[in-house]
Structure formats: C-alpha cells, structure tokens
Design a protein around this ligand. Structure first.
Ligand code: 8X3
Length: 253
C-alpha cells in the first residue's frame, strides 16, 4: 500500500471562483499540488499564476471530458484527494412554478457531475491506499425551505450519494468527507440563483454580521483533508453565527 504522497495532491472542481478557487489557493499555500477544474479554460487563467496550481478545463457533466481529465491527471502524477465543489442553485420558484430546465441543470451539476468525477477517479484513489473524497454539499441538503425545492432536491441527492459512498468505500480505505455550508457570501452563488439580479443577490446577505466567505469554507476543507487519514470528519455543517438555522438569520439594519 502507498502512503500519503508528499506533497499531497488534490483535484478541486468549480475552481474558477468562490469556494473552489479559495480552496485551490489555500491548499497550495499549505504545499499541496492542485488540479483546478472548471468548465471554461479562460476562467482558470488567473489561477495558473499561482505556483502549485495546474488548471484543467473540463465540464464535469460530460463523462468524456471527465475521462480526458483523468488521463491528464494520471499523466501528471495522479491525486490522493478529490474535492467535488462544483454545483449551484438556479431559481427560487415554489414547486408549483418551478422550471424543469432549472431542476435539470441543478441535478446535472450537483449530483450527476459529482457522480461522474467519483466514478472516474475512484480507481486511482483506491489504488493510492489512503484516498480522500470531499463533497461540498449544503445545509440545503438537510432541511427543505420555501423556494428551495429544486436546489433542496439536488443537494439532498448529493448528500445521499455521499452517505452511501462512505459506507461503500470504507473497505477500500477511501475516506469520504461531506462539508455542508450554510450562508456563504460569494460573488456568484446568489447572483446565479437570482438570474443575474445583483441587487436581489446582495439582499440575501443584508444586515448579516460576518456572513461566511469562501476563504472560511476553504479553511474548513483544508483542515478536514489535512488531518491524519484515519480521522474522518464525515459531516461538517458550517454556518455563520448569525445563521442559527436555515429559518433563523439575525440581521442588523
Ligand atoms: C447554500 C446555502 O442557505 O442558500 O448552499 O441553501 S442556502
């Protein structure tokens, strides 16, 4: 069996911005080598300047592209850690009016894209001997809320996939970590969900003292994957103090 390689090597999806970009940066400052994956190559250019980051353009919803990414990673030494961060929400419609195309996109990127990555990279992680998979899901995968149904359904799905995977992979010594962020103020999450309405997106965080930022989640992810391999932080729910629960957010005007 191989031991943890030195330096550690990860692949991070959704790495062009937000939590993914912050995680790629944070890991490289800790001495890791990081394959930074995003759909469009031009969105990864700014990352390429950082030592230790290898940009890799790949649409995770396209299995052929994922298999090509696997080949490139294999050719460049492989990974011991897969961080499935790509995902997102689209729309805040009630179930009665939800748009099928939004639901489809959310299932594709949150559930099936994650599945593609796991299926492609599992043999490499098993062969390593001390592999790690970390899925960034959401508190939306634990509690449903009004206007959240499509995103809730997708994140409940990704949460379930993660739980089953942990049970299945323990015998292969692949640890499976789930990070479930609550309210995180990133430049893209709410803007995308609210179809580009920047003012409405800012209102999501209005009056919230110290909402979490991408770097906060990157810190949690880095801690979890840096712990000795026999320690599995299997579910980590991360919220700002001001968000005591999905339905209870303290706002100061
Ligand atoms: C984001 C958290 O509260 O918008 O995944 O569902 S929330």
């Amino acid at each position: 069996m191989m031991k943890q390689s030195s330096p550690r090597r990860a692949l991070v999806t959704g790495a062009s911005s937000g939590i993914g970009a912050a995680t790629a940066h944070r890991l490289t400052t800790e001495g890791w080598q990081v394959f930074a994956v995003a759909r469009r190559a031009e969105k990864l250019e700014h990352l390429a300047e950082q030592e230790g980051i290898i940009p890799l353009a790949c649409d995770i919803t396209d299995r052929e592209q994922v298999d090509q990414a696997l080949e490139q990673v294999q050719a460049q030494g492989g990974i011991d850690t897969l961080i499935n961060n790509a995902g997102g929400a689209l729309g805040i419609d009630p179930v009665a009016e939800g748009r099928l195309e939004d639901w489809r996109w959310m299932f594709e990127v949150n559930v099936l894209g994650t599945l593609n990555m796991i299926q492609a990279f599992l043999p490499m992680l098993r062969a390593h001997g001390e592999g790690t998979i970390l899925n960034v899901t959401s508190t939306a995968g634990l509690v449903a809320y009004e206007g959240g149904a499509g995103y809730n359904a997708a994140k409940f799905g990704e949460h379930a996939l993660t739980g089953a995977l942990r049970l299945e992979e323990a015998e292969h010594n692949v640890r499976v970590i789930e990070v479930l962020p609550g309210m995180v103020h990133t430049e893209e999450f709410s803007a995308k969900r609210l179809r580009g309405d920047a003012a409405a997106a800012e209102k999501v965080y209005a009056g919230v003292e110290k909402p979490l930022v991408a770097e906060d989640i990157a810190e949690v992810i880095t801690s979890a994957v840096t712990l000795p391999h026999h320690i599995n932080m299997d579910q980590i729910v991360v919220r700002p103090v001001a968000q005591a629960a999905q339905h209870k957010v303290i706002r100061k005007s």
